[in-house]
Design a protein around this ligand. Structure first.
Ligand code: ITT
Length: 197
């Protein structure tokens, strides 16, 4: 079965391809030669995930899913949340976003945060949402070169390698996929696909 993953984010594609069995052929927006950056105009992750999936499903008429993710920081009242990509401006620059986050958290005792991922899936018979949450905390300086986005400042709870707490940017995709919000949402989605087919 062919399914489109409506994203331009290659890191998301790499993670997701390791979580979905090869019986499903994942087509990305690059595979469809779709250049448009679908504007995220909704005020929730659910709304934006649905909007991206719907745009591609309506245009290409193939079963489509989209992922919208955000980092929700307790001491910042849940921000940057749905605005995580554009936290430091419309350029969507990871480094600028992290710098602003660390600046806004300076002096705050509570560094707790969570990643939330929402996956929206649309085909001719279904419109479904799947959610995953991973709790953790934000460290004071970035660590690690793997991953993307806010990975280098996020340490997931209860995850130790050799008794050391690692950021998502210090572990490989396989380990990130054991506990990331994306993998939790994708696993629920895969269960649904398997039941449906
Ligand atoms: P698409 O909309 O094309 O899927 P995007 O990069 O715009 O890709 P999001 O809107 O979902 O993706 O991302 C919101 C922000 O959260 C953005 O700054 C990402 O870099 C970051 N982000 C998403 N998933 C992440 C993850 O697993 N680890 C760290 N940061 C992540």
């Amino acid at each position: 079965m062919r399914i489109c993953f409506a994203t331009h984010n290659k890191n998301k594609v790499n993670e997701i391809k390791k979580l979905i069995s090869s019986e499903y052929t994942i087509l990305t927006l690059d595979d469809l030669n779709e250049k448009k950056e679908i504007e995220e105009t909704e005020e929730t992750l659910e709304g934006n995930a649905f909007l991206k999936a719907e745009y591609i499903f309506n245009k290409y008429n193939i079963p489509t899913f989209a992922d919208d993710s955000g980092l929700e920081v307790t001491a910042l009242g849940g921000k940057p949340g749905v605005y995580s990509a554009r936290y430091a401006g419309i350029k969507k620059n990871d480094k600028d976003n992290i710098n602003l986050l660390l600046k806004n958290l300076k002096g705050k005792q509570d560094r707790s945060a969570q990643f939330k991922t929402v996956i929206a899936f649309i085909d001719n018979n279904n419109q479904k949402l799947f959610q995953g949450i991973t709790k953790g905390h934000i460290i004071e300086k970035p660590r690690g070169t793997k991953g993307f986005g806010y990975d280098s400042v996020f340490i997931p709870d209860q995850f130790l390698i050799d008794d050391i707490q690692k950021t998502f940017a210090e572990i490989d995709i396989e380990n990130k996929n054991k506990l990331s919000s994306r993998s939790k949402a994708v696993n629920k989605f895969v269960l649904f696909l398997n039941i449906m087919n």
